[in-house]
Ligand binder design. Structure first.
Ligand code: NAD
Length: 261
């Protein structure tokens, strides 16, 4: 459930905002009062998300833009266009962009391994680094950076050696960023960095999973169903807000209990 007004005066950038979890995050952050920058490789879908957002309470329009998280140049352009439009860096960042290119370990092509790592892991690094640099340069004393890992990064998954490796790496980026950005030498940046670990969430990414596999997965989930993108967005909104002001370096599982313990 949204908490109206909780994120008023926050500027948020959401990558992968054109679909699934990223779109739900944009909608939730906007419904809590944040100004939202929807960024996605697919500009048309980013614009679709933009159209679905409630009006910005501060009268600062939301914006949508094309961005490729796997490209340093593109991420830099994204931050520059945000600064040009809002005259400030985003104090909230949710990096939800991600891809899968599944295959068994014995058959995985090197190129498919590299592509997934490039978007999921290197993309998380590039986005977290660029937003953190912009926040530090602006003298900001608080910020909330949220990465999207996966429970698969913790437990592995058949057919997802590239994806599992990339998502395990995302947690490493997040925890290191949390340590460095909370305090650096004698400066206190107060920038929090946390990771959400979704389990099996109903989005276009999982739409292609065969019904047989879905039934098997559901049977393993203690809460007995797949999650909704909005349920991951709820957790992101919490982490973005001051309600999570004492949480940093955490990985929050949003799995319905799948693979707990
Ligand atoms: P999705 O496919 O619906 O959305 C992913 C979005 O990322 C798309 O809009 C796509 O265009 C965008 N994208 C892809 N490559 C990009 C790039 N290089 N730069 C910018 N944008 C790019 O998937 P989803 O299920 O909403 O997944 C969102 C995140 O959640 C991903 O990181 C995914 O790995 C993670 N996740 C999803 C599940 C699940 O069950 N759906 C589970 C665990 C983790």
């Amino acid at each position: 459930m949204a908490t109206p007004g909780r994120l008023v005066s926050r500027l948020a950038v959401v990558t992968g905002g054109g679909s699934g979890i990223g779109r739900a995050v944009c909608q939730r952050l906007a419904s809590e009062g944040a100004s939202v920058v929807v960024a996605d490789l697919n500009e048309a879908s980013a614009n679709e998300t933009l159209k679905s957002l409630p009006r910005d309470l501060r009268g600062q329009a939301h914006m949508a833009t094309a961005a490729d998280v796997a490209s340093k140049e593109s991420v830099k352009t994204l931050l520059t266009s945000i600064q040009a439009r809002y005259f400030q860096p985003p104090s909230v960042c949710v990096n939800a962009a991600g891809i899968t290119l599944d295959n068994f370990l014995l058959d995985m092509e090197e190129d498919d391994f590299d592509k997934v790592v490039q978007v999921n892991l290197k993309g998380s690094f590039l986005v977290v680094q660029a937003v953190a640099q912009a926040l530090v340069a602006s003298g900001a004393t608080k910020g909330s950076l949220i990465t999207v890992g996966s429970i698969v990064g913790k437990v592995g998954n058949i057919g997802q050696v590239n994806y599992a490796a990339s998502k395990a790496g995302v947690e490493g980026v997040t925890r290191t960023a949390a340590k460095e950005l909370a305090r650096w030498l004698h400066f206190r940046f107060g920038i929090r960095c946390n990771c959400v670990l979704p389990g099996f969430i109903s989005t276009p990414m999982t739409d292609t999973v065969p019904e047989k596999v879905i039934s098997k997965m559901k049977a393993l989930i203690p809460l007995g169903r797949m999650g909704e993108a909005a349920e991951v967005a709820d957790v992101c909104a919490f982490l973005a807000s001051d309600d999570a002001r004492y949480i940093t370096g955490a990985s929050l599982e949003v799995t319905g209990g799948l693979f707990m313990g």
